[in-house]
Write a protein that binds this ligand. Sequence first.
Ligand code: F3S
Length: 403
Amino acid sequence: MILTKEQQDMLDGKYGEGTAYAMKIQVAIGECFDAERMVPITRAHVALSNQEADLWFCEKLVHAGAKCRIAPTVNPGFCYDFFTSHKMVDEKFADLMHRTNEAYKAIGAQLTYNCTPYIDTNVPMFGETVAFSESSATPYVNSVWGARSNREGANSALCAAVTGYVPEYGLLLEENRKGDILVRVEADIKNDYDYHILGMLGKKIGEGIPVFEGLPRETITKEGLRNLGAELNTSGAYAMYHIPGFTPEAPTLEAAFGGNKPKREVTLTNRDMEEILEEISVSGNRPIDFVMFGCPHFTLSEVQHIAEKVRGKKLKKEMWILTSSLIKEMAVRMGLDEIIENAGGTIVPDTCPDQPCWGHLRGKIGITESPKCAYYPQRRGIHFVIRDLDTCIEAGLTGEVKG
Ligand code: F3S
């Protein structure tokens, strides 16, 4: 790789040991992918996990004196104040969250604790080169905004935030951003939830950049696209897709493939959607113990929708709505938080379902509209029925899921 003098100085330790460490990792990644040079980034998002390995890495950089040149936004862990004040988390896990907070504060991150920064707090423009990790974030910035990011890991994105550079390979290069697979969507896509289920068909779609033909372009929402990206990355490893006539790098079907023929063609039907739901969801027609929403973090309109549905009613089961601190604050100001609290639900900021703060749900069966929410907590002994948003709200009110 050819490095500029500044980049070479970083590698040689002239910018400190921490920066040298980050640059060494990035040069190694670049060499693996035959990158010829490093290019500057303007934004970063770090999918911190609030787990020991991730924290070890960040603390190692901090102890070596690293500081972010580009302050990255960061993923959720759990809301320390809420879960410690409600005595819902063991001391050792509270300590882990505290250390995560201190390490990322010391390295100079924006302590957003939110996994959908591409919607309101860290939004790139068309053509910007960025370093985004997190399953729903990378496909969103590439596909919807037309920014350029490889599918970074939490650690490589943190290195990029420290040095301000990324190795130039993969999706940073124009020729690698064209579609590979023509995906004909014959399934009925009626709402945001259907994008969740569609995204879980990664196994059938196969490897490459999908081009979705047949989506109802006039009704696509930011929530639908957030769900599609989150699940494509849960069921496969997708960093980008195109929707001809909708996403910015695909004005036409031909442009989506860069004038080439698709390498594969796939058709997704209602039957595929039914089959995958059957595979990933606990079966329905049963009592449930709790409701969980917000994986990825819910938007203000979703919180508003729930508030309208539960206004003046009483939930039979716990309802947890996970979102950013920004949306939580909006919900408080707009009286939505009060409506949901009065019904017996809770809006929690900064928190992910895959965290040790949910110990009280072990062995229980919840309901959610998100396959990703159902996927990760299985390892903590928490299982979910997956249904559309309104069916989940109804299940919270009645205590059981019908259908
Ligand atoms: Fe976000 Fe955690 Fe779900 S990071 S997408 S809430 S698994």
